[in-house]
Ligand binder design. Structure first.
Ligand code: COI
Length: 355
């Protein structure tokens, strides 16, 4: 990509690479050497720079700390056997960041700044990208308000930043989920579709209650009737009933428009499966489990990739799902996606930028 964007680069004096144990990566704990930063001042993004990863200096009256005007993205880069970087669907993340920005009164980040900042950062820290199956570089772009002001109004100043972390799988084994019918993650007209910090904060308490009962995650239901499955806090969810893949639609504005979700739906259609983006009721899900028609159940997300579900609690009843055979849809689609991401299979969808 050719742009006229100027990025100042200050390299770290001492890399943390040598002291990093790439065989024991805990998701999100190990951060690469550098970060990209841009400041939004007087109506424009300025002072584009790459600096050593370091703490930020914030005033206690920083607006984000009080009113949560903060959005983020999650994306991944991989390395092929030739040592080239493969960046997966970054354009989709850039667009989704700006959809979140519009909802949260945050200025959009122009595509050139997002892509140029990202690619320069990845190039500088390319040694941090693992080249082992199941491992990747998780990329966290985010934007937050930086006004020092505690009146309630959209901030006038912001920071856009990107840092990266080498990671393995977010879930190291299949997950147990519980259908949540008391608490609400999102409601029509709310902010559920935005990748906004506050959505995650609000989901923590109900998720913690479920974790105390031994479940990994909740299956959120719609906020009005609590009868229809929406998503799980860290991923979208999909169910294969007979040979049809069912996942909640996104038009209500209550569900995150997952990029892995979209990739899986695209591949499922190409693999000849029926795909239905429609609401699945808790009753229909329970009936499919009881009648043995639920062939597959899994979450999709950038961090989670494809997370198999092995247990679902519905109406207080635990249902154990049969172990997935290697030809189960979730396993097939995980392999296809991995092959595309690691450059082992041709990318026919224009999903990869290689550099
Ligand atoms: C992602 O999958 O990238 C996410 O943002 C989920 C996150 C909460 C780990």
């Amino acid at each position: 990509m050719k742009t006229t964007i100027q990025i100042d680069i200050t390299k770290t004096q001492v890399s943390r690479l040598q002291e990093t144990d790439f065989n024991n990566l805990v998701f999100g704990k190990t951060i690469s050497d550098h970060m990209f930063v841009a400041d939004y001042v007087d109506g424009e993004w300025t002072d584009l720079r790459i600096e050593p990863y370091a703490p930020l200096l914030l005033n206690p009256s920083n607006a984000t700390l009080h009113y949560g005007q903060s959005i983020f993205e999650g994306m991944k880069a991989y390395k092929n056997e030739e040592g080239e970087i493969l960046l997966f669907r970054a354009d989709a993340n850039q667009k989704r960041l700006n959809e979140s920005a519009r909802r949260m009164c945050i200025p959009e980040v122009p595509e050139e700044i997002f892509m140029e900042g990202l690619m320069t950062l990845l190039d500088l820290d390319r040694s941090w990208i693992p080249n082992k199956p199941g491992y990747s570089l998780y990329i966290r772009p985010f934007v937050f308000a930086t006004d020092d002001y505690i009146g309630v109004r959209p901030s006038e100043k912001y920071k856009f930043m990107i840092f990266t972390c080498p990671v393995g799988n977010y879930y190291s084994k299949p997950v147990a989920v519980k259908v949540e019918q008391k608490y609400t993650r999102a409601i029509e007209g709310g902010t559920g579709q935005a990748k906004a910090a506050g959505n995650y904060a609000g989901s923590l308490y109900p998720a913690l209650l479920a974790q105390k009962e031994g479940y990994d995650q909740l299956l959120w239901t719609d906020g009005k009737t609590h009868q229809f499955i929406e998503e799980s806090g860290t991923m979208n969810v999909m169910f294969m009933i007979n040979d049809t893949l069912i996942t909640a639609p996104t038009h209500t504005g209550t569900i995150l428009k997952g990029i892995t979700r979209d990739s899986v739906l695209t591949l499922a259609k190409e693999m000849g499966y029926g795909v239905e983006e429609r609401f699945l009721s808790v009753t229909e899900l329970e009936k499919a489990v009881v009648e043995g028609k639920l062939q597959d159940a899994f979450g999709t997300g950038t961090a989670a990739t494809i997370a198999h579900i092995f247990k679902i609690n519905i109406n207080g009843q635990d249902y154990l799902l049969p172990e997935k055979p290697s030809n189960a849809f979730s396993n097939q689609v995980l392999k296809t996606l991995d092959d595309i991401k690691y450059g082992k299979k041709e990318d026919n969808h224009g999903w990869i930028i290689k550099f």
